[in-house]
Design a protein around this ligand. Sequence first.
Ligand code: NOJ
Ligand code: CA
Length: 686
Amino acid sequence: MPHRPITLRSPLALTLAAAVGAALLTPLAGAASPAPVCVRSPSGALELCTYAQGGHAYYRLQRDGVALLAPSELGLVFAGEQATPVRAGRVVQRGSHDEHWQQPWGEERVIRDHHNELRVNFSSTRKERSFDVVFRLFDDGLGWRYEYRQIPAGAAVAISDERTEFNFADRYQAWWFEAHHPANLEAVYQHADLEAVRSAELPFTIERPGTLMSIHQAALVDFASMYLQGRGKGRFKAALYPWADGIAVRKTGPFTTPWRTVLVGSTPAQLADSRITLNLNEPSKIADTSWIKPMKYAGVWWEIHLGKGTWKSGPEHAANTANVKRYMDFAQRSGLGGVLVEGWNEGWDGDWGKGVEFRFDRPYPDFDTGEITRYGKSLGVELIGHHETGGATENYASQLERGMDYYRDFGVAAVKTGYVANGGHYPRTAANGTTVYEWYAGQYMVNFHARVNAAAAARHISVVAHEPVMDTGLRRTWPNMLSREGARGQEYNAWGKPTNAPEHVTILSFTRMLAGPMDFTPGIFDLEFGKTVVDQRVQSTLANQLALYVVLYSPVQMVPDLPENYAKYPDAFQFIRDVPVDWERSRTLDSVIGDYAIVARQQRGAPDWYLGAVNDENARSVTVALDFLEAGKRYEATIYRDASDADYRSKPQAYEIVRQQVAAGDKLTLAMAAGGGCAIRFRALD
Ligand code: NOJ
Ligand code: CA
């Protein structure tokens, strides 16, 4: 298929566009008038209006004349201060922007950034509390951020709370889990009426027939992560994970907040295909991205989770040179780019959750980093490094440069980081020498992750962060932030207390995945691993596991099961060999949150398409139109589907592979078992 041309617009073109855009927008109210100031999205469908009333700033949002968000407050609260009244919003600037930009890797090669912008100033008698709000209206949602530009340079600022509200104008069903979870972002999604939500992590997705919204943030830099507090009757307030002393955010001098975002769609698919989060991030700070490599990778990993080897040293130690070489051989045979090895370094012997024992340049004696990386190079397989911190950030910080140097010197190009700790228990030494505990998503940890990433980037190392702060699209600015965890992944299916229910993966596409790529680690073939109790094992069929490679986007996808388990199903394993990790374009198809999710993606730089469909616990058939395929081309579809007797409870490994020729305009009916799925490769024939 021909590539869409990229229009990179010159500053002059943008200025002209701004002038034209301004002329097309809603006429302005007089500068000093209390009348609302409004801006529409490029198609006109979304309209946002903002104004001040009673000394407070507000916005409201409507779509096609129907209210989505009723008047909701804007702004921040500063520590120890009463609200400083603001005056009517004065339009400072309007503009419109239409640009295509290219991702070095991603779910979509070329992204369109098409929005109208409105900058409004809310002034206060205390000029340092005056602020601008910059709104960007896209056709599929909006973002805004606050700019406190009149704070004197060098002045210390303490923000204690956020005023931002989201007062939904209608009744909705919500998909969410509570904030302040001890397992960070690894909680089971709940589904209930909006009224039931007391607090929520982001992205927070709500739906009613024909209308869906998802609240999130973009470009979370040097700020605390936001979550929502429910106040009943569809009213929500933004809140910030505070420092141990209760201050939410500390800044110096003038500052800009991250973007607050609302995705709006008529279908779940429209939310999933929105690129607003990326569009609201800054362009790449890494000029040469050639060293950043999407890849599939194996790991000395799942066997440890199954209890077949240990992280700690001793007779069962999994990260030994011979075992790593065995996985490297498997990776080479299977066309995988790397092998992740956990438990390779000193520190895993005691209660490794404490973290202070980890040494980032000291392998256990049976792990020969030089020999392993030499062997890997001879096979064309990379060692993927691992830095588990146990949440002991100061211990890690004291070795960060050394630890990254160590990997760079062995030619390691990607490191998985880990921060296993209770969500509110990241120790930090305060100025008075006492130990205080920070939130996993407060400003301290947000900045810590940024520091680790910068140290890695300086050495041409990419990062896959587990126990991360939720993604906010920063991979655009730092393309070496390859992927993150940030939800219950496959590992929960080894632990059995209980494992992920089938519907979990049908919810992720419309919640967690709206934030960015996830290192879920799909692809387990031995779904039962000797367990007879269903909720103690992987609650899916084998076809479902294949489909996850397409459904859950990540530029690094693990192939986690034991090599001997893949060897039992070579025909199904062919899908894992074939499926790419870098895409030309992605289209989410008809999906129902919590029931099934279907995604089609075109391989980057090739005409082939792939489709993944995952199903919840109820068997169902769904018919999909193949109109994403290029018109006029014929494709051979290789369909990996549940056999007619497959069921995640009784026959999870029952699959069949069928081939048929198809073209755009055809329809396919996907029959999915309970806990099942379907994975398809569409190979272009002409
Ligand atoms: C949690 C990570 O998510 C998992 O992948 C890892 O194996 C363990 N921590 C131990 O490092
Ligand atoms: Ca369901």
